[in-house]
Design a protein. Sequence first.
Length: 489
Amino acid sequence: MRRIVVVSNRVMDLRKAAQAGGVAVAIADVFRTRKGAGEAEVKMTRSAGNALATLPLTAEEHSDYYLGYSNSVLWPVFHNRLDLARFDAGFYTRYMSVNERFARALRTLIQPDDIIWIHDYHLIPLGSLLRRAGVTNPIGFFLHIPVPPSQTFLAIPEYRALACALTAYDLVGLQTQADVANLIQFFEDSVAGRILQDGRVAAFDRRLAIESFPVGIDPDSFARASPQKASAQSIDGAQRIIGVDRLDYSKGLPQKFQAFGHFLEKHAEYRRNVVLTQFAPPTRESVEAYTDIRQQLEALSGKINGMFGELDWVPIHYIYRSAPRDRLRDIYRSSRIGFFTPLRDGMNLVSKEYIASQDPDDPGVPILSRFAGAAEQLVDALIVNPYNIDEMADALRAALVMDRSERIERYNRLMSVIRTCDSAAWAASFLATLEAAANERSHVAEPLAPSIRASMAKLARTPLAPVGLKLGRSSSKGAGPRRGASHHE
Ligand code: ADQ
């Protein structure tokens, strides 16, 4: 089996408990389910057949590459928050230099048969830097976050360099079909990219496959997990609504709290009968855009608890820490509603974990934002607009009154999607498509609009050309069908 070299900004040590963070969890699942894979190595430590290596960052690099360009430019723009992006802070130079460091470290470790799989927005330029260093192996890139509409992407000053870097990959994998459409549009608008008949995109004389591969989970690890001894506390007859997120402005937490407050106002009969438990550990605290969210949430939960709470009932349990991973399944399973309402999310694995944890005979109901990538697959969840507070409050009521047979039907359909598209299938289909794309790789042999000189040279090489080339300004039209060309170009 060929070695798979997985490169990401953060990896999870499989020997330790998981941390909150989607990419690390997704990659850990791949390594658990796929034996013999290798990881990018700088300092090699071997464990269970996999090699894990890390490249430590300096304080300046962490500040400008990670907190700066990655999380103060790319993250907000890709989540449609141009207002939070810091374009003029000069982060791009360090973003490039860290990527160059990754490329240098990796270059020495790559073997001829390796397949290279690079993850997420921190490392967009890495593929092109490896190509420049002479790496010809298959290189694929997977973006875990959403692709914004083209007009939003174009606001990034370095958009052209980013487009160019992406074309170095054999395959770019995205979470949803909507992301694929956005990226193709971006290539058209930014660098006159063209769609070829085989569906690939041509730009900068290169051809690139762009496809969607929705990230999945390992459902068995949730469905079969045995209950913990100290199981998730039951709450005196009240039904739990659960939220599990990182504390991030993209997760729509203030709107979620407002919707819950509005629900209690609108449906007084549910007071004392429900609680909202929200886990939201802080991330990226030193990024300016994150400083207000915690205060905002504390103020909102304080207000709602003050307004509706009783001596023996607190409506919102806001927990400012990670949910313990070994108890996640019990927490999800003991919650009547999973409330997942990001304003924008690449996928949202938490919603899949919630569903996989349910009791098949008495499952809870997931409520999911239409702006989470998962909504493209989980159509049997209650899908809501996270900006519409009233609609979310109504969805809470609909979930609470939903009868058991409908809950079971929805659960079965949701589980069949989650089982079919699990993390193993995600990795297998990405890697198979990457290998196929790399096999077909050829730099565009002829320019998409052949020059007169090229056309004449071609003619000279064709001794018995049945039809002569009509030379002149419109020569390319008379040259017959070009390889790979189509009306879509
Ligand atoms: P995240 O933005 O981190 O991931 P998500 O998909 O929900 O979001 O993944 C979170 C993972 O971390 C899950 O396994 C979850 O259990 C865990 N997690 C999140 N919050 C937690 C908490 N409070 N306590 C404990 N565990 C927590 C990014 C993208 C997503 C995309 C993933 C994977 O932003 O859109 O789904 O990568 O591609």
